[in-house]
Each structure stands twice: as C-alpha cells, then as structure tokens.
Design a protein around this ligand. Structure first.
Ligand code: PEP
Ligand code: MN
Length: 625
C-alpha cells in the first residue's frame, strides 16, 4: 500500500508509522513525490486500511492493486535508472549490450569487444556458463570465461554482463563481472533470484520462454525484495505456435512494462528471432517502441561460433544497425551516443584536474527547456547543467572559467539558423566538440484538470508560437504572451494558477512543474528538429570525427565562392550545409558557413585546407566532431 503523509507530519508521527510497518514485516520505501512525502509498503502489517488512515500524520492510504509491489510504478512513479559504472540504463540514452553468445577464447572475446565498442556498444555480453538445450552442446568455459570477461573490461573498457545459472557461482560472479544475467530458462528459479537479489550487482532478468508479464514482474519482485533494486528487464521472445522464427518477439511488452513498472526494459532480438537477417528490423522496431536498450549477439566468425552463430550479426552489420537506431532514437525522444564512454572518462579526468567547476555546462533558459534536455542527453548526469540568461552569457561564463561547456542551438529544421549563435561562435574562441539533434514536440500544458475549451491566454517562447501556428490558428481568440523560454511559460501558468492560462512547451517542462498536458503534439510539422552543438576548449571524444564546421569569406569577385566549392567537389567532400551571413559593418559582403562530412583537423585534410586558405580572405575552423 501507499501511505500519503500529511505536509505537517512530525518526525515522531512518521517514526511511529514506520515502526508499525516494520514490526508487521513490511518492506518499506520512502518516496518524495510531487513535493509530498509518501511511504510505500509491501503487505498491510496485519492491519486494515482504516487503521493506517487513522494514524496521526497519514493523509490517505492507497492500496497497491497489483500482486507485484516493489516493482510497481505506483510504488515508485519515476523511472529507475540502473547504473553500471559510467553507463546508465533507463535514461534518455539507448544502452546497447553486444557480444557473442558465449565466450570461446580470449582472442575471440577481445576481437568482438573491440569491434562492438567501436560501433557504439557500451556493455559487453558473453556467456561463461551456458544453459544449453542439449547436454552434448558447448557448455561454456566456466570460471575461465569469467576471467576472460574481466580482461575484456580491463583492456577494452566495456563493463561486462554474463549469465549466472546457479547460486554456487555467486562468489566468482562478484569477483569478475559487472552485471549478472538471469536467463529465460531460470526466470522462475526462485533460489537463484533470491541469490542475485543479495549479490549487490545489477541484474538483467530475461523473460521466461512462456512467462506472462505478470510472472516476469513477480520474478523481478523476488530480486527487489532481497534489497536489490537494480534490475533491468529483458524481453527475448516467447514461445508461440509460429515456427518461422525461433521465438515470437513481444514488442507490446514494452509499453505494458513502462506502464506497470519503473524498471528499465531492454530487448534481445537475437534470441527472439534466431536468424541474423531478422535481428536488425526487430532492433529498430524496439527502439521505436520505447525500449531503453538492446542486447545483440555479435560474432566476427559466426560460421564457427560455438553457440548461436546463425543469429549473430557480423560486426559490420552491427555497425549499420547502430547507425540506423542513431537516426530513429531522436524521433522517440532518445539518443544513441557514440561517444558515451569516452565522454564519461574525459569528464572524470577534467574534474580531477579542474575540480567541480570543470563539470559545468551552460544552456539558455531554465530547467525543463529543450536546451536543458539537449544538455542532459549529451552529457548524461556527468556534467551539471547551468541555466543562463542569454546566449552571450553562455560564452562569457566559459571565458571566465565558470563553466567548461556550452550547449547552444544552431538551427531548426523548420525555422532555420539561429544566427546569433553563429556570430558568437566567430566572436569567441571556442570549438564545437559535439552535436546533438532533438525532435521538438510541443504540447499545450495547463493546470491539473484544465481543458482546452476553457483556455483564453497562452504563454510560450515566440519559436513555440511559430512552430504551432496551425493549432493556434484554430483558436484565434486566444491571447499570446511571449516568455523567455518554454519552461518559463509553464512556470508562469503554474504561478498564476488560472485555469484559463496554458503554455506551449515540452513534456519535460510539464513534468518538472507537475502540470498537465492537455493537448499532445501540437507542432504544425512533426518533422521539427533542432540541432544543438556543444562548445568547449578541447574535444571529449576520441572516436572518429565525421563532420566539421567552417566559416570563410571568399571576397567580392566573380566566381569566388565557386572556386572554394570546387575544392570540396574535386576532393570528394560532401557539403551538408552552406549558408551566407552578412559581415558586420561591411554592407553586401558575406561570410559563408559550411558544414562538411570530413574531419578537417585530420592530416589527410590539410592539403584541402591549404587550398581553401588560398582561395579565401578569411577562414576559421569552428570544430570537428
Ligand atoms: C543468452 O543471452 O545467451 C541466453 C541464453 O538467452 P536466453 O536466456 O534469453 O535464452
Ligand atoms: Mn545465445
């Protein structure tokens, strides 16, 4: 049950409630929700609801209607984010676990780990104790396999996931691995569940071959009830009458799980389909359906794999899949981050040498804006987002060493470039070190219970109004009030507390201010994306840089721009942006802003850069990322 406490409850009253629950054998979770203090408890400690409602300090008692309690979303309304080293499973970055079905040798594991890391995997998988259908099949290398996994973590820098098949393996698991997996065949091995509940390691809990979602969640409940809340659910296909695939992937489990529980859910399309060519389509669908991550089997020589070769992707296929989900993720509000682990260690290093201040990034506006979201999606929780009053303040604050990074929007797919930021990039001497694209979905946000029919006045940033023009045209009598940013609009509506007010803003701002979305997705064009760049003084990622931004002026001569473009054409360099911008104080003279698909700072590019320098009056590289 959930006990909602009164605002003015005294510590003594609260202690009394907790002790009644504890004595009655309940497991207790204290939750601070919407400014209210709440206690979640399993069981009823032998009393009825009326008894608790009459205890001093209790405002209300809500029974938990499901058989699972600790895993239920009622008990914990916010998503649980499971941390594995620098990797966070369940936030807005898609986590990809990849590797072979089984660890076969040190060389095999290292080869595959290096490949999957290069393509963007952040956790490495590989079985050492394999639960095989036939006793004559390869059973895994056992402890030797675990030692190899530990070496992979050491040499490649990926935390490792492996299956535990018996409580007898608990000690070696603790010694060698980062995440333990309970396999489909063991989902209802209750002694094993209790054991991993006490292990102190995050757990991947696969869905049983013929388990209902409720049975699966009850298994998770076993783990949580032993004190381990770090459970990642993994759907890997269930057994149906359909023989064309190894199992039937139940993608509908994703939204069901998201509603029922706070635990993250990842999808394993490899065991679900059993066939290599079916894996990528299902993985793409899983991301589109809202999965927090994927588990993919990859092998460099699948024909000779000791298990599950037929469903293992070749490393290059895995790379293509990663590129595809990189494109899909922003559509559903998430990101695939190719620099995930590099960034995390670079930020840790910065913190060591520069202290806390080195971990701050400025963004425009308040918490809950799209800029804030870009900041947290780019850095995760490694960097502290710092709200700023203007774009210039972001740059100034970096110049004064108060922040190390800045996150600024450069262009919107509908509204075009944000010229002020291009000007600031030229004025200050910072480098673009990364980019992130967000889909901008606007909602009409009001007070809880507000309705569109009662709205008379709408607050938003002018861009918000512009991007929702068609929706607003349907309500010509509404007064529009401009605010500094979209989050400020929601805040204004909350403060004025008038049901005739509403704001146009994103989901994050609505959640932050505990307001209600009264009309969903009201932007005129759903293909509404904003591209943000991250600025700093040094790159955070070691990976390949595939894009660069340049600014140059080409002089006021016939063919001057053409001469520069010819250099790109002759060198096979793809231009992805070309925009002209007036030079301040020089009427009718222009700067050209160019983005190319190349690493301008690489040695190979230097001759091209030299050729460009010869044909331009001014040239500046804004960054390669
Ligand atoms: C595995 O991940 O290697 C495995 C055996 O999976 P499942 O338990 O889902 O069959
Ligand atoms: Mn397998």
């Amino acid at each position: 049950m959930i006990l909602i406490l009164e605002d003015d409850i005294t510590p003594e009253q609260k202690n009394r409630i907790l002790s009644v629950l504890r004595q009655g054998g309940c497991i207790i979770r204290e939750i601070s929700e919407a400014g209210q203090c709440v206690i979640g408890a399993t069981g009823s400690a032998g009393h009825d609801i009326g008894y608790f409602e009459n205890l001093p300090g209790v405002a209300k008692v809500v029974p938990i209607s499901t058989s699972f309690k600790l895993v239920s979303r009622q008990m914990h309304p916010h998503n649980t984010v499971v941390k594995v080293g620098d990797v966070a499973v369940g936030d807005e970055r898609i986590v990809v676990v990849a590797g072979p079905c089984a660890v076969e040798s040190r060389e095999q594991a290292l080869t595959i780990a290096r490949a999957v890391r290069r393509y963007g995997a952040v956790l490495f998988r590989g079985g050492a104790f394999k639960p095989r259908t036939s006793p004559y099949s390869f059973q895994g290398l056992g402890e030797e396999g675990l030692k190899i996994l530990a070496q992979v973590r050491e040499e490649v820098g990926l935390p490792v996931v492996t299956e535990i098949t018996s409580p007898a393996q608990a000690d070696v698991m603790v010694k060698y691995v980062d995440v333990v997996q309970v396999g489909a065949r063991n989902m209802q091995n209750f002694e094993l569940l209790k054991c991993v509940g006490r292990l102190g390691k995050p757990v991947v809990l696969k869905r049983g071959l013929s388990a209902t979602i409720e049975e699966w969640l009850m298994s998770a409940e076993y783990i949580l009830s032993e004190g381990n809340d770090n459970v990642i659910l993994c759907e890997r296909g269930i057994r149906t009458f359909e023989p064309y695939t190894r199992n039937t992937l139940d993608l509908s489990a994703i939204p069901v799980i998201k509603a029922l529980t706070h635990l993250p859910v990842i999808i394993d399309p490899s065991h679900a389909t059993g066939m290599r060519e079916k894996v990528s389509p299902m993985a793409r669908a899983a991301v589109a359906a809202g999965a927090d991550g994927l588990m993919i089997e990859v092998h460099h020589d699948p024909d000779h794999a000791l298990s599950d070769g037929a469903q293992s992707l070749y490393p290059k296929q895995f790379g293509r899949l990663m590129r595809n989900i990189y494109v899909i993720a922003p559509v559903v509000g998430k990101q695939v981050d190719f620099g995930y682990l590099d960034k995390a260690s670079a930020v840790d290093h910065l913190k060591q040498v520069g202290g806390e201040g080195a971990r701050k990034a400025g963004f425009l506006g308040e918490m809950g804006t799209f800029s804030h979201k870009a900041c947290t999606q780019y850095f995760g929780d490694k960097v502290v987002p710092v709200p700023m009053g203007s774009f210039r303040e972001i740059f100034e604050s970096m110049s004064q060493g108060r922040t190390t990074f800045g996150v600024i929007p450069l262009e919107n797919s509908l509204a075009g470039s944000i010229h002020q930021n291009y000007d600031l990039l030229l004025e200050y001497d910072f480098t673009i070190i990364g980019e992130i694209t967000l889909r901008i979905i606007h909602h009409l946000v009001g007070l809880p219970g507000a309705r569109t029919e009662s709205v008379k006045r709408v607050f938003s940033h002018p861009q918000g109004f512009q991007q929702c023009r068609e929706f607003l045209n349907r309500h010509p009598d509404w007064d529009l009030v401009s605010t500094k940013d979209t989050a400020a609009a929601v805040k204004a509506v909350k403060e004025k507390a008038d049901p005739a007010d509403a704001a146009i803003a994103g989901k994050e701002a609505a959640e932050l201010y505990e307001m209600e979305i009264i009309e969903e997705g009201i932007e005129t064009n759903p293909r509404n994306f904003t591209r943000f760049v991250v600025i700093g003084t040094q790159p955070l990622e070691n990976g390949p840089r595939c894009k660069s931004s340049l600014v140059y002026s080409a002089g006021n001569r016939p063919g001057a721009l053409f001469e520069t473009l010819k250099i790109f054409a002759e060198n096979g360099i793809n231009l992805v942006k070309l925009e002209s911008r007036p030079i301040h104080g020089k009427p009718w003279e222009y700067m050209f802003y160019v983005d190319v698909e190349a690493d301008v700072e690489s040695d190979a590019f230097q001759p091209v850069l030299q050729a460009l320098e010869e044909k331009t009056d001014f040239l500046r590289v804004l960054g390669s990322y």
